[in-house]
Design a protein around this ligand. Structure first.
Ligand SMILES: NC(=O)c1ccc[n+]([C@@H]2O[C@H](COP(=O)([O-])OP(=O)(O)OC[C@H]3O[C@@H](n4cnc5c(N)ncnc54)[C@H](OP(=O)(O)O)[C@@H]3O)[C@@H](O)[C@H]2O)c1
Length: 268
């Protein structure tokens, strides 16, 4: 195991709850591969204390940056001193870099991580027609990144259709030329790719996020849930002859983007 010394740079992940996060394992392995003298540790901070924690982070001179996850991604936009255009358009940030003068700069990599993950498995989304299930924080970031990646058409299906409509409008505003539709009922006809960005699939008794009959052979079915690795959706999709894409590729690809960003190296 790496030795932590007085000159090791500190990084964190801020969440509540915290025990489920996988970022420490993934980012510390990345630091070690990159030869970076840094360590990333979990910071368990609740919403009521987030602003106080950010003030403390500004004053911690050996803090390089931190990752932000549930439930803080939206609040992070207002608490940073500066955020990227992408984070502002999505309304959420999940990585913060601390500049030498203590300023906190936020950016959002969920969507880029997802798109890079797809490409890493040979599934370039450019020109595809995508059905995105869900309209929460992860879906907003993925919609934006898929639009930027040049999908031909995007449909967002969500139980609360108003949230899907809001993401559709924001995406069309920030990525001109993309067509985004919001619907309540998920139907895969006229689409060649389905992405599950709902939280359905984490628990064994969750219903499928889309009817099994919609999973026809040839469709690419992508998951963003990491645990379990084979969700009921992926199992059913595989049985029905679809190509499947696992949730872990999104985090694996984000690690590189978030690490480079926190170290102040340029990220697209
Ligand atoms: N692989 C990765 O790197 C990565 C990164 C980020 C997130 N994630 C995963 O992505 C998932 C979503 O995260 P999030 O932050 O976007 O969550 P969120 O903001 O809470 O959104 C949850 C979404 O799931 C829908 N949903 C929840 N329960 C439902 C039900 N019973 N029936 C129908 N729809 C339901 C919600 O619909 P309503 O809007 O109608 O409530 C909403 O669209 C989580 O499992 C998270 O672990 C993975």
């Amino acid at each position: 195991m790496k030795e932590i010394t007085g000159s090791t740079q500190l990084f964190g992940i801020v969440a509540d709850p915290i025990a489920q996060v996988r970022t420490p394992q993934v980012l510390n392995a990345w630091f070690s591969r990159q030869g970076v003298d840094g360590v990333l540790v979990p910071f368990h901070v609740g919403s009521e204390d987030l602003a106080t924690a950010f003030d403390a982070f500004r004053r911690m001179r050996n803090l390089g940056g931190f990752i932000v996850t549930v439930p803080h991604k939206t609040d992070t936009v207002a608490l940073c001193d500066e955020v990227s255009e992408r984070a502002r358009a999505i309304g959420a940030a999940n990585a913060v870099r601390r500049e030498a003068d203590g300023r906190l700069v936020g950016d959002m990599f969920d969507g880029m991580g997802f798109v890079e993950g797809l490409k890493s498995q040979g599934h370039d989304p450019r020109g595809r027609s995508v059905l995105l299930l869900g309209a929460g924080g992860a879906a907003a970031a993925i919609a934006h990144a898929l639009a930027e990646a040049g999908v031909e058409q995007l449909t967002i299906a969500n139980r609360t259709v108003a949230k899907a409509q809001a993401i559709a409008e924001r995406t069309m505003h920030s990525v001109p030329g993309i067509r985004v539709h919001a619907v309540e009922k998920a139907e895969s006809a006229n689409h060649d790719m389905v992405v599950n960005a709902t939280s359905l699939g984490m628990r064994a008794d969750d219903p499928l996020p889309i009817a099994a009959s919609q999973l026809r052979p040839g469709l690419l079915v992508a998951e963003i849930i990491m645990k379990p690795e084979m969700t009921a959706l992926l199992q059913t999709a595989q049985e029905n002859g679809c190509t499947i894409h696992l949730g872990r590729h999104m985090l694996d690809c984000q690690a590189n983007l978030m690490g480079e960003f926190m170290l102040g190296r340029s990220v697209a």
